[in-house]
Design a protein around this ligand. Structure first.
Ligand code: ADP
Ligand code: MG
Length: 299
C-alpha cells in the first residue's frame, strides 16, 4: 500500500503542476543540492524566431539562404528548424525539394536539395547547423562574420552547400519569464544551479548571466550532458536534471532525479521520474518544499 502521506504529496504535486511518475523521485528531491537545467525549451520558451539572415556571397540573397535552409529543416522537429520553416513561409519563399535527410542530434541536419534558378541549379549536399557542426565539417574557414550576432547572444546557424559556407542565420529564443525567479528561489534554498546546452558558448553565457546561473556548460552533445551530470555526482552532489529534448534523455536518466518539461519530447518524458505539466521551472522549487514537508509528515 502507498503510505497516505506519499499519496497526498503526489496529489498536492499534481495541483502545483508536477506530475509524479516515480514516487521515489519526489522523495529524493529534498536532498538535491544541485539543479541542472537544459537551456533551450527549458529556461527559454523553446519558440525561437529568426532575427537575421546573411549570404556569404553578395551574389546570393538572404531569401535564397533562408529557402535553402528551410528545405532541409522542413524534415526536422527541432525548435530551431520550426523557426526557420516558419520564417521562410512568412516571407512567401518557394522551398526547394529535398531527399536523403539526416539529423545529427545536438549538432545539425543535412539533405540533398534540388535547387533551381539563381545560378545554383542542380542537386546540392546541404548542411544546416551550429558552430560545432561547422568544426566537424572541417571546411577551409567561413567568410560570414557572425561576431555581432554572437555578442547579442543570438544562436547562429550556418548553411553549408557542397562544403562551402553559403550563409548564416541568427535566431533568438526568449527566456521564460519565470526562470529568473526559479534560479533565485533555488539559491535561497542553498541549491546551486547549472545550465547545460548544445548551443554555443556566447549564447549560453548571455543567458547564464541574465539568470544568475552558477555554472554554464556549452557546446555539449547528449552524451556530454549525461557526463556533466555524472561528474557532478562524482563530486558528491545530489543532482536533479530538468530538460525537454531528445538530447536531454541520457542526462535525465543519469541524474538522481530526472524532471521533464511537459511540452517536451516523449523521449525526455520517458526518461524522467517527474514531469512539469505547466512548463514552469518555479514548480521545481515548490516540489522541493513539498518533498521536505512530506518527510516531516506535514502535508
Ligand atoms: P539545447 O541543449 O540548448 O536544448 P540542442 O542540443 O537541441 O540544444 O541543440 C544544440 C545545437 O545543435 C543548436 O544550438 C544548433 O546549433 C544545433 N542543432 C540542433 N538541431 C538543429 C537543427 N535541426 N538545425 C540546425 N541546427 C541544429
Ligand atoms: Mg532543450
Amino acid at each position: 500500500a502507498i503510505p497516505l502521506v506519499v499519496a497526498i504529496a503526489t496529489e498536492r504535486a499534481a495541483k502545483m503542476g508536477m506530475l509524479v511518475k516515480d514516487r521515489a523521485a519526489l522523495e529524493s528531491l529534498r536532498s538535491v543540492d544541485t539543479i541542472v537545467f537544459d537551456k533551450t525549451g527549458t529556461l527559454t520558451t523553446g519558440h525561437p524566431a529568426v532575427v537575421g539572415v546573411v549570404p556569404a556571397d553578395p551574389a546570393d540573397t538572404a531569401d535564397q539562404i533562408l529557402a535553402t535552409a528551410a528545405a532541409v529543416e522542413s524534415s526536422s522537429e527541432h525548435p530551431l528548424a520550426r523557426a526557420i520553416v516558419e520564417a521562410a513561409s512568412r516571407r512567401g519563399l518557394t522551398v526547394p525539394p529535398v531527399s536523403d535527410f539526416s539529423a545529427d542530434i545536438g549538432s545539425g541536419v543535412r539533405a540533398r536539395v534540388e535547387m533551381s534558378g539563381d545560378g545554383h541549379t542542380g542537386s546540392h549536399d546541404v548542411a544546416v547547423g551550429g558552430p560545432g557542426m561547422l568544426a566537424d565539417l572541417d571546411l577551409d574557414g567561413h567568410e560570414v562574420d557572425t561576431d555581432d550576432w554572437s555578442r547579442h547572444g543570438y544562436t547562429v546557424l550556418y548553411v553549408v552547400a557542397d562544403r562551402h559556407v553559403r550563409g548564416a542565420i541568427a535566431l533568438t529564443d526568449e527566456i521564460r519569464p519565470q526562470s529568473r525567479d526559479a534560479v533565485d528561489a533555488l539559491h535561497a534554498r542553498g541549491v546551486s544551479v547549472v545550465m547545460l546546452t548544445g548551443d554555443a558558448e556566447s549564447v549560453a553565457e548571455a543567458v547564464g548571466e541574465e539568470l544568475g546561473i552558477d555554472q554554464v556548460v556549452a557546446g555539449v552533445r547528449p552524451d556530454g550532458k549525461a557526463q556533466a551530470v555524472a561528474s557532478l555526482q562524482a563530486d558528491g552532489h545530489h543532482v536533479a536534471m530538468v530538460g525537454d529534448g531528445v538530447n536531454d534523455a541520457p542526462a535525465l536518466a543519469t541524474a538522481d532525479v530526472g524532471i521533464a518539461i511537459g511540452a517536451g519530447t516523449d523521449v525526455a518524458i520517458d526518461s524522467a521520474g517527474l514531469i512539469l505539466a505547466g512548463n514552469d521551472p518555479r514548480t521545481v522549487v515548490s516540489a522541493m518544499e513539498l518533498s521536505d514537508a512530506a518527510r516531516r509528515k506535514m502535508v
